[in-house]
Write a protein that binds this ligand. Sequence first.
Ligand SMILES: [Zn+2]
Length: 333
Amino acid sequence: MNSQPEPLSFESDVLQTFIFEQSQIRGEIVRLGASWQTILSRKQYPPAIQRHLGEMVAAGALLSATLKFSGTLIIQAQGTGLVRLLVVECTADLGLRATIKLANDVTPETIPSEASLAELINPDGLGKLVITLDPSNRQEGQQAYQGIVPLSLHGQPITSIAQAIIAYMNYSEQLDTKIWLACNHQFAGGILLQKLPQLGGHAPLKKLTEEELDEAWERLPMLVQTVKDAELLSTPPNVLMNRLFTYETDQQTVRSFPLRHLQFSCQCSRMRVGNMLIMLGYDEVTDILEEQQQVETTCDFCGQVYAFDAVDCKQLFIARNLIDGMRPAKGKH
Ligand SMILES: [Zn+2]
């Protein structure tokens, strides 16, 4: 096996974070290449859905960069249209995966390429955006946290993933946030600006007045609005940050943090599938085995196939003392 690590590229699959110190506004720029292409390669995504999924993947990266614990951020758009679910998961160390679920009688080919987000997932206005923070060490008392906002605003269906995320951040998290997202078949990218709660910390270099703070919160988003989708998708995040905010230095100090790398990563494992079979119960599993040679399941996110034959299944249940059989040699408890 080749143990040489892949050379890291600073062009894409990187996230740049920065802060405007005086005005306490933080920013992030992300550009995904290989990780987004890996997601696209695992499933046939209808063109109408690709754009929204890519934008959601970029949003997942932006929101995960602030996770203060080891765990996973999960963004789900749920609804009753042709698409039932768009889901993106991003771990605190920026491992990404994503998938979709279509309605039962729908195939990727039958989805019109010009379908809007509302037609795809929110035809009745009952769709919702769910964001879950799932800590990896739940046994140690950390709770999962979940926030939900409707995929409608003032009675109108929302038209973009960015609009949904902004609504979530403003209403559910109560953090003034602006997000720009873009995607094509090669790259997905995004920019986030967010007002930090005034928590103190080290003293600002020069205290800004309320008017100056409000003015900064108007001016910085206007600078970002000059970025075309093509520029966001073709420019390394650190280069784009410098290009946009170089002239901020007379009144603002832009402090940038080291680039962080992102990659596709799936948390599926044979052990997790085994646990799922145990939850299904021995009788149910035995029924499946009577119809089929083995219980087979494919990971929705990465396409990995897990197969358990009758012997594997029996071992699973014996190992947990759920059916009689030879106990494992060390199984005293
Ligand atoms: Zn997987």
